[in-house]
Design a protein around this ligand. Structure first.
Ligand SMILES: [Zn+2]
Ligand SMILES: [Zn+2]
Length: 515
């Protein structure tokens, strides 16, 4: 059985109503690990729905958490916002309502593309509208007990006047600098590092926040969470999950949700961590370069407790090929893949939206990578594909949308993480190259033969080999001479296929010019 179905069946035995939670602190570009969280949950959610279970998928953005420091991607002027809730800080680009929105909104758009549509909760709104009111009072009434739990489980010493509430200073707006002086329900008196002294009324929303170790179990109870996956960083012994479980049961009288502890997604290759523009790979970029069904496939095809290596270089092309192969097997156009388990469910769970009724039109992904560099956009690529009979003249709307989306992903990949060896540009005029006599001899012979052949990959390939043999010129020299005059570089994509997508007259004219 697929891992998502195993989890779903286990949940059904325990509850009749399911609330599946995921979350993030939108303090910067969202980490690729969060992809695993949202997709693991989505798989379990779909498995529950398939079994007619009453299930809800929620996503909690902890935008009431504070800015920890001025991250390298922020301007120095953000120093003044450190310690303030992310929802109260201006957005770095000026187009969003807040800092939190800036990082959250584009990620939520990505989720839609992946077919994930959770109910979104914003922590700042939850606090401000009073959803945490009772939880805060319960926490403050049980300060000693909570302190004891945290100190015992995490083996961390807490300050003497510690209370399970981070007060938001009425003057400087931070939630990290105020020290409590006295709690006398409903007031907490405090002095702040900024010099301000005041008191907050915890019956009023938004005057402070539970610290994370208490906030987490409190929200389980408030939202009735029954399942929540988390990364193994939270799951370490004495970590936030351990204290959360104890606080949920002993303070909030709530049985902690079932969970899946997932392994990290690691990036393959040292240089692969950063794009050519020098930014680390974010969850959003991971999706921009990977077709959504392929990204889902990567997660669905691996048990959550297995770490995943994501290769944003050439490995990405293999991953797409693997998915396409699975698709052919699913539609019985190809034999079973040896050793692959739960093939059907893996394919179904990989679909962002509806499961296709028949095998979608497939085109080798590497071909698209070549074509998008010959043309510049999908319309160019479509024109080449139809001219060369690689796709039918009449293509269905779904198939076109699918191929177009893939072309856009290859474009993004080429602009960011693709290795130089797959990149090229068809030069509009003859590049400045000095061909030697061998190269000229080959090109002359090739062009003479090429005039009379049908212009397709196989014929061109054969023609190159024939000319190289006839003139006794090494095949490597033959290929190099073609790449030099068309691309201005010594290497390029597979020559037969590549040239077949260019206009025949253009190629022959270029050769004549060069010799
Ligand atoms: Zn913005
Ligand atoms: Zn202050």
């Amino acid at each position: 059985m697929h891992w998502a179905d195993v989890i779903a069946e286990d949940l059904i035995k325990k509850h009749s109503k399911h609330v599946l939670a995921t979350g993030i602190t939108p303090s910067g570009p969202i980490h690729i690990g969060n992809m695993r969280e949202v997709l693991t949950t989505d798989a379990v959610y779909r498995s529950l729905i398939k079994r007619d279970a009453d299930a809800e998928y929620i996503y909690i953005a902890d935008d009431f958490d504070n800015l920890r420091k001025v991250y390298p991607f922020l301007p120095k002027t953000y120093e003044k916002y450190v310690g303030m809730p992310l929802s109260e800080i201006p957005c770095p680009c000026g187009k969003h309502k807040s800092y939190a929105d800036h990082y959250l909104f584009s990620f939520l758009d990505s989720l839609k593309e992946l077919g994930i549509n959770p109910t979104v909760y914003r922590a700042n709104e939850m606090y401000k509208t009073g959803m945490f009111k009772e939880a805060i009072q319960t926490a403050l009434d049980n300060t000693d007990k909570i302190k004891e739990i945290i100190e015992k489980v995490s083996k961390r010493q807490l300050p003497k006047n510690w209370i399970p509430f981070n007060i938001r200073c009425g003057k400087c707006g931070t939630i990290t600098n105020a020290k409590p002086v006295l709690y006398n329900y409903p007031y907490v008196e405090y002095t702040c590092g900024c010099g301000y002294e005041g008191k907050v009324d915890i019956k009023k929303g938004g005057v402070g926040k539970l610290p994370w170790r208490v906030d987490w179990p409190a929200r389980w109870k408030i939202l009735g969470v029954t399942y929540e996956p988390f990364g193994k960083d939270h799951g370490a012994a004495g970590g936030t999950h351990d204290t959360g479980v104890a606080i949920a049961e002993k303070i909030y009288d709530y049985k902690h949700p079932k969970y899946t502890m997932y392994e990290f997604i690691l990036l393959k290759g040292k240089g692969a961590m950063h794009s050519s523009q020098g930014t680390a790979l974010s969850a959003e970029e991971m999706l921009k370069m990977t077709p959504p069904e392929v990204l889902r496939f990567l997660l669905m095809n691996n048990q959550p407790n297995k770490h995943i290596q994501f290769d944003p270089g050439l490995g990405l092309l293999n991953l797409v090929d693997e998915y396409d192969q699975l698709e052919r097997v699913y539609f019985k156009a190809e034999d079973e893949i040896k050793g692959m388990k739960d093939l059907e469910r893996t394919y179904e769970l990989s679909q962002p939206y509806d499961i296709p009724k028949k095998l979608p039109l497939q085109l080798p992904y590497r071909h698209l990578v070549t074509l998008i560099q010959i043309g510049t956009n999908w319309d160019d690529v479509k024109e080449i594909l139809q001219r060369t009979d690689q796709i039918p003249k009449k293509i269905s709307k779904e198939d076109e949308a699918h191929l177009k989306q893939r072309a856009e992903h290859t474009r993004y990949w080429l602009d960011t993480f693709a290795p130089d060896m797959v990149k090229f540009e068809v030069k509009k005029s003859l590049p400045k190259v000095n061909l030697n006599s061998d190269q000229k001899k080959f090109l002359k012979s090739f062009s003479e033969k090429a005039e009379s052949i049908e212009w397709d990959a196989e014929n061109i390939h054969k023609c190159i080999y024939d000319a190289s043999e006839k003139e006794k010129i090494p095949i490597k020299t033959a290929f190099t001479s073609i790449y030099l005059i068309v691309l201005g570089q010594e290497k390029g994509p597979r020559a037969g296929f590549f040239l077949s997508n260019l206009d025949k007259e253009f190629v022959i004219k270029r050769i004549k010019e060069a010799i």
